[in-house]
Structure formats: structure tokens, C-alpha cells
Design a protein around this ligand. Structure first.
Ligand SMILES: Cc1cc2nc3c(=O)[nH]c(=O)nc-3n(C[C@H](O)[C@H](O)[C@H](O)COP(=O)(O)O)c2cc1C
Length: 309
């Protein structure tokens, strides 16, 4: 018998796409992969989700755009990016050199803009992540993600034009996340990503000025993990593939996320503190499988045993 027969199977299926492992670098925290490529082979990741792309280039919001918070961070970067044409010509070819799935995160001002971007992407990426949850832009973004009808409209527009499976990225800044998830499912989403950042604010007590130049921003990092776990748990009954993210920094956090219902797990802010965080999570998942005698990591998905309410 070959040794490989007992090799733990870390592969997962995310909305019809096989990832070699469930660890995904999330949008806006990994750029287009170039900087992290200096630390390790980014081909070891299950997938890379690129920073949010828009139809036209965007300079983003004025500084300060980032603030530290207890167990997390606030940001109001505002979708700074070179635009979809530059992404396709300058950034995607670099990422395609690595043996990892590529997820394109797109944001638009109108459903038509999402459709135009999905069309331009064609089948050049593995998955499209439709961001309807950015708290840091005036038009579009979170407006779409907090209204089920608008969320569905954007989903339909993107789906009609997309040549690859579409994940819709949801905001936790709603009363009932399952309601929005159901709307995007009915509109044809192949899966969902959650969570984007939680609306937050800090104020300098001496100057009385908000610390972020945009006054408010999005909270991420370990502080939001329980919110993310709760959101993933609340959509698990819909039968939608889920890319779970928000506050994951250890393998144990990733296991929790999968038990709540995630098929794959995103890591974002943790990489600012430790660029190797995804590699450590990956190694820790292998160790967890060994110590718990698991043969397939996908067995964890939705494995939570809730108490009877
Ligand atoms: C600096 C920064 C930039 C971000 N940019 C984007 C973005 O462009 N598009 C998007 O969908 N999410 C963006 N996000 C949200 C993350 O992808 C993720 O949903 C969120 O940070 C929660 O995960 P984390 O706690 O692991 O960071 C950004 C987050 C941070 C911290």
C-alpha cells in the first residue's frame, strides 16, 4: 500500500471549483499577491482573492485610512485599485504563474457595472466574488448588500454575464443575514462569502477628531470572529457553498468556521500581524486532521452540533 492512501485530503469544493486546501487569502489584505510572494510560495494557498477591482481605476480614500483597535483594526481604504483592464493585463498574468485558484473581487456603482466587469473577466479567473458589502465607498458597496431586492438585482446582472461561478460577498451590517443570503441564492448566486467588515469608529479624545479621515470605517480582525461564526452558522440551512471569513488567525479558528458551515476559510487582517498566518493555519489544519483521525477536511463543514433551543 502506498503511503499516500492515508495522506489527509485537504481539498475542498467551493461552488463547483476544487481548491487544494480550504485556506484563502481574502480581498484587500493580500494585494495582488506580489508582496506575499516574497515570503512564501503563494501556490500553497487554496485560493487568492484579489483586492477589490472596479471598472475604472480608483485612488481610494484620503489618509488616515487604517486604525488599530483592541483585537482588530478599522479601515477605510475605499477600494483603491488600478481598474479592471490593468488588473487583467498587469496583475492576473503574475498570479496565474502559481498553482492556486484566483478569485476576482469586483465592486460597481450599478448592476450594469458589475455585469461589464464579469464579462471582461470571462473565464480568466476561477471564481468571481461580487462585493456588495464595502462600507467605505459612497455609491454601491454596502447599499446593495443591505437591501435584498438590490442584492438580488446585482447578483442577477453579474450571473448573466459571468463565465465562472459567482460568490456574493455579504455584509454583517444587517438584521437578518439569512434573508439577504436567500435573496442572492434565489437570484442565482453559486455561493456566498461572508463576512465583510463591521461598521466602526474611533475618536481621538484630545483633538475630538475621528481617527479615520472618512470618520467611520470597517472593523476586522480577531474581534469579529464570533460575529463571522454566527453569520456563517445562520446561513448554513440554505445549502449554499460558503467562503467563511472574519477574524480567522489560527487553525482552531478555521476549524470553528468550517464547523459553522464554511466550505473554505478566508484569512485577512491576521496577515498584517503575521504574513505567514495562512501557512501556519494550513499546517495547523493538517495537525488537527491527524490528531482527530480525519481523512477529509471537508468532513468538518457544517459539523457543529447545536444545542436544542
Ligand atoms: C485593509 C482592508 C481592505 C479590504 N478591502 C476589501 C475589498 O477591496 N473588497 C472586499 O470585498 N473586502 C475587503 N476587505 C474585507 C476583507 O476581505 C474581509 O472580509 C474582512 O477584513 C474580514 O476578514 P478578516 O477579519 O480576516 O480581515 C478589506 C479588509 C481590510 C482589512
Amino acid at each position: 500500500m502506498s503511503e499516500n492512501v492515508h495522506a489527509p485530503d485537504l481539498s475542498v469544493n467551493l461552488a463547483g471549483v476544487t481548491l487544494k486546501n480550504p485556506v484563502v487569502a481574502v480581498s484587500g489584505t493580500f494585494g495582488f499577491g506580489r508582496e506575499y510572494g516574497e515570503y512564501y510560495d503563494i501556490g500553497r494557498l487554496g485560493a487568492v482573492c484579489v483586492k477589490g477591482i472596479t471598472l475604472l481605476p480608483r485612488g481610494g480614500n484620503p489618509p488616515p485610512r487604517v486604525a488599530e483597535t483592541p483585537m482588530g483594526m478599522l479601515n477605510s481604504v475605499g477600494l483603491q485599485n488600478p481598474g479592471i483592464d490593468a488588473f487583467l493585463s498587469d496583475e492576473l498574468p503574475f498570479l496565474r504563474r502559481f498553482d492556486t485558484a484566483v478569485i476576482a473581487n469586483i465592486s460597481g456603482n450599478t448592476p450594469e457595472e458589475y455585469a461589464r466587469m464579469a464579462e471582461k473577466l470571462g473565464d480568466m479567473v476561477d471564481l468571481i466574488e461580487v462585493n456588495i458589502s464595502c462600507p467605505n465607498v459612497k455609491a454601491g458597496g454596502m447599499l446593495f448588500g443591505t437591501d435584498p431586492a438590490l442584492a438580488a438585482e446585482v447578483t442577477r446582472a453579474a450571473k448573466r454575464a459571468a463565465g465562472r461561478p459567482v460568490l456574493v460577498k455579504l455584509t454583517p451590517n444587517v438584521t437578518d443575514i439569512a434573508h439577504i443570503a436567500l435573496a442572492v441564492k434565489d437570484a442565482g448566486a453559486d455561493g456566498i462569502s461572508l463576512i465583510n467588515t463591521l461598521g466602526g469608529m474611533r475618536i481621538d479624545t484630545e483633538t475630538r477628531r475621528p481617527i479615520l479621515r472618512m470618520n467611520t470605517g470597517g472593523l476586522s480582525g480577531p474581534a469579529v470572529l464570533p460575529v463571522a461564526i454566527r453569520c456563517v452558522y445562520q446561513v448554513r440551512g440554505l445549502g449554499l457553498p460558503v467562503l467563511g471569513m472574519g477574524g480567522v488567525s489560527t487553525a482552531s479558528d478555521a476549524v470553528e468556521m468550517m464547523l459553522a458551515g464554511a466550505h473554505a476559510v478566508g484569512i485577512g487582517s491576521a496577515m498584517f500581524a503575521d504574513p505567514y498566518a495562512p501557512m501556519k493555519v494550513l499546517q495547523g489544519l493538517g495537525e488537527f486532521m491527524a490528531s482527530h483521525h480525519l481523512t477529509r477536511i471537508s468532513e468538518l463543514t457544517g459539523g457543529v452540533l447545536p444545542w436544542e433551543a
